[in-house]
Design a protein around this ligand. Sequence first.
Ligand SMILES: C[S@@+](CC[C@H](N)C(=O)[O-])C[C@H]1O[C@@H](n2cnc3c(N)ncnc32)[C@H](O)[C@@H]1O
Ligand SMILES: [Zn+2]
Length: 611
Amino acid sequence: MISIGQLLVLSSRGENPSLKEATTRRRRKRSREGETVPFEGKSHILLLLNMGDVEEKEQKLSKTLSTDPNDYTIIKEGDAEILMLANNEVFYNKTQVNNRDISIAVLRTFISKRKEEHAALLSKKAKVEHQMDPTQDEPIDISKEPLKTLGGKVRRELNPPRVLEALSASGLRALRYAREVEEIGQVIAVDNDKVSVEACKRNIKLNGSMACSKVESHLADARVYMLTHQKEFDVVDLDPYGSPSVFLDSAVQSVADGGMLMCTATDLAVLCGGNGEVCYSKYGSYPVKGKYCHEMALRILLASIESHANRYKRYIVPVLSVQMDFYIRVFVRIFTSASAMKNTPLKLSYVYQCIGCDSFHLQCLGRTVTKNNSVRYAPGFGPVVPQECSDCGKKFNMGGPIWSAPIHDQEWVASILENVKSMKDRYPAYDRISAVLGTVSEELVDVPLFVSLHNLCATLKCTSPSAVMFRSAVINAGYRISGSHVSPLGMKTDAPMDVIWDIMRCWVKNHPVKAQPPEQSGSVILSKEPTLQANFARAFASLSKSQAKKVARFLPNPEPHWGPKVRAGRQITSKHVSLLGPQSINRCNSHEEGDEPDAKRPKMDDSTANS
Ligand SMILES: C[S@@+](CC[C@H](N)C(=O)[O-])C[C@H]1O[C@@H](n2cnc3c(N)ncnc32)[C@H](O)[C@@H]1O
Ligand SMILES: [Zn+2]
């Protein structure tokens, strides 16, 4: 049963507070002015909301808000549909279609990799058994035999993966997983908000028998639920408002060995250095403000997940980490191994960032010492920088620790991208996610953070070489360079900062700058002679593959003010009547529903922006 109070909460939910306030104001004004609230089709709405005592509710509702069924619409995303108020007051965040699409792509790849890994384990086991008992001619039925997984648990056969959507709201994501991801098992949708759970249950019904058999909705605190279901889920999805930090400890315990944690964080202001001490309190890491702050945010979140995992002798292996729209999202696998866990300090670093010229240097937390075939772990040698920046003489800020090991597994990224391209029509956000994945696939995975060409030029107060010229100079000097998916101007390179500055010194020799005050960082840098003669001649591979093919790497938002806001839905049709019960709708549109046309997404080819 849902109360009127809850219904009002339902009708006032939405991510956009100004929209909520405006709607409340409009309602109050209408009622003050004695306006009759339209009330056609009330029993339909009441039944949709599973409300039972129709008459009583009817009277109350008529005094409070419009219940015209036309106010309710069906929102379709992918293969899933959710019922919501046409004025968008029920939670639905259209911009998160990118997030949901990319998660579906990762889930599909996870399922196929998991099968491959299982098959490999089975054949390894069969080989071992044959070696132990070569007289056995009969092939063993290995599917019936116990099997050691990476985490040490015994498993006979591979069950369809169980997914926990720990913060499910309307259930749209859970429903998309269930309806779109072939071979998926049960999807458990949890939310601690009654109204959301009721909406989710309604939406499960709306999506037909397959959804009803696969998706379960539970009212619970996600933390309690995860703690009481340890290692039970092959995939745990965390998609909170703001920070996921309070959910991480229970989430890492709820993922099965070899399973995957998918985690969103939208508190980028905190993660990107707007509030360093808050970031430290939530994630145990200090951010520094830099052009690479969004990548640093990803690495802070990964370090934090690793730290929680380590408490339970577990560790993470990131497969994909992206910054999109207004959030970051990481996909990490979780394994259990007390010995592998000892490698964690080797994957973490502090970051020294010069307050004058933004040069940055990484200080690894640990190192290994190998002696007579045995490996010993020791603290990292330091400091890696002097007290003053050797480029400009200013002091350093210190941030971190961040995850400084790879944030993607390029083999996974290639599989995910291949899947997305082969199922183009199944991804409503195809353009955006394929562009992001394409750029990710070209990133140097062993190079944390990046320099920004514009930032280097701003420090020296010089004109900018084209990206192709700068990339060529780095390659001609014997180093590697790639773009970054978080910034069109980001350059990931293994060239040390002094080489970068030498290249810029050479550039400025041919493109002189006006004299600046001598104490300025740029003046100090330019006062030194380069030790390297930069060669700006166009180098092979100075363009990335996507740039060479003129494939857009960064797309503009599909529309202005891309973010939480009203979206027109579709009308309720006879199909939905049959799913929800004939009596549930006393007035519905007779026309067949059709998908909303995809918004035209103008493409911005960054090959010109970057060159
Ligand atoms: C951003 S919404 C989730 C959106 C959803 N994943 C999607 O893709 O549409 C966050 C949800 O988390 C729920 N929530 C917040 N704290 C929670 C907790 N401790 N346990 C369970 N749910 C919680 C909120 O009620 C809200 O519905
Ligand atoms: Zn400096």
